[in-house]
Design a protein around this ligand. Structure first.
Ligand code: ASN
Length: 301
């Protein structure tokens, strides 16, 4: 067990280093994470989300949320003039305790969150295909001892990955498409066009379809990254906040900044622990954490 913990920690360390080197190499600027802010990702309405409440603290009379994702800050950072950014970003999502059994949920985790000014979804596809095939090659070559301790035979990965709309996946695999298709596929694939948070762009030429995507790992490991092209026009953002019955007063600083338009962009974020789970073949994503944060389990340290 001790050996396994060391192996998971070493693979986690490899993912963090590989991610930093990769994104720096692709011309990205690394930003510091934000942990407390008056604004954060609403995480909804998303049928995949089961967050029971947003973590909050009060400091000097101001209510500050714990970051659920830095999406809104990423858009603001591009408005400041940055072009390609990434952040290794701790997220707190107070998930329903029933999520313990999914094997894929944590209430505290980190994601590698990135955003590119004026990019399209195809730019993110090719970037992540390069990233994933590269990191799998690296772990297979340089972490053989760890993979052996963990009993993991990690198959090679090669892009481009197949792309399916969520509508098509539901037709083919039913409501539980993510699990079913992930079990069946031998390569990661992209699932596109979910109805999700207001900041994901609706296809102007095809209303009801969205220019967003999930990267789904094969072998049953499920979703590893989500992202989208973004809404950048104030009126559309406002309309969608109303559509989603969100309290606009919780987004005031963001709305103020978006009044004369945000920068069109595309990006995404992948969970570090979920990637380590996939690379190392762990049963539960909590197993890869030295300090477990599994919904429904008491925190020890
Ligand atoms: N990081 C995701 C994105 O860029 C958002 C999220 O984690 N909810 O779209």
């Amino acid at each position: 067990m001790k050996d396994k913990k060391i192996a998971y920690s070493r693979i986690t360390s490899a993912v963090l280093k590989y991610s930093s080197d990769f994104f720096h190499g692709e011309g990205f600027t690394q930003l510091m994470p934000v942990v407390l802010s008056p604004i954060t990702d609403p995480l909804g309405p998303d049928p995949g989300s089961s967050v029971i409440k947003t973590g909050e603290i009060e400091y000097l009379g101001q209510k500050l949320s714990l970051t659920q994702s830095m999406i809104l800050h990423k858009q603001i950072a591009l408005k400041e003039g940055l072009e390609r950014i990434f952040i290794i970003s701790p997220n707190v999502r107070l998930e329903h305790p029933g999520r313990k059994e999914s094997g894929r949920h944590l209430f505290e985790f980190s994601q590698v969150d990135f955003e590119i000014a004026r990019a399209k979804k195809e730019d993110v596809f090719s970037l992540m295909e390069k990233f994933l095939s590269g990191i799998v090659f690296h772990i297979r070559s340089d972490y053989t001892e760890e993979l052996e301790i963990l009993g993991r035979e990690l198959p090679k990965i090669e892009g481009p990955f197949e792309v399916f709309t969520t509508h098509k996946l539901i037709d083919e695999y039913g409501k539980d498409w993510e699990r079913e298709a992930s079990m069946e596929k031998k390569m990661p694939f992209w699932a596109t066009s979910h109805k999700r948070e207001f900041y994901d762009k609706e296809d102007p030429s095809n209303p009801g379809h969205y220019l967003n995507y999930d990267l789904i790992y094969p072998e049953g490991f499920g979703e590893g990254l989500s992202g989208a092209e973004r809404e950048h026009e104030y009126d559309i953002i406002m309309k969608k906040i109303t559509r989603d019955k969100l309290d606009a007063s919780r987004y005031l600083p963001y709305l103020e900044i978006s009044k004369d338009g945000l920068v069109p962009s595309a990006g995404g974020g992948f969970g570090v622990e979920r990637m380590v789970r996939y690379l190392s073949g762990a049963e539960h994503v909590g197993d890869v954490q030295l300090f477990r944060r599994v919904p429904g389990e008491k925190v020890v340290v």
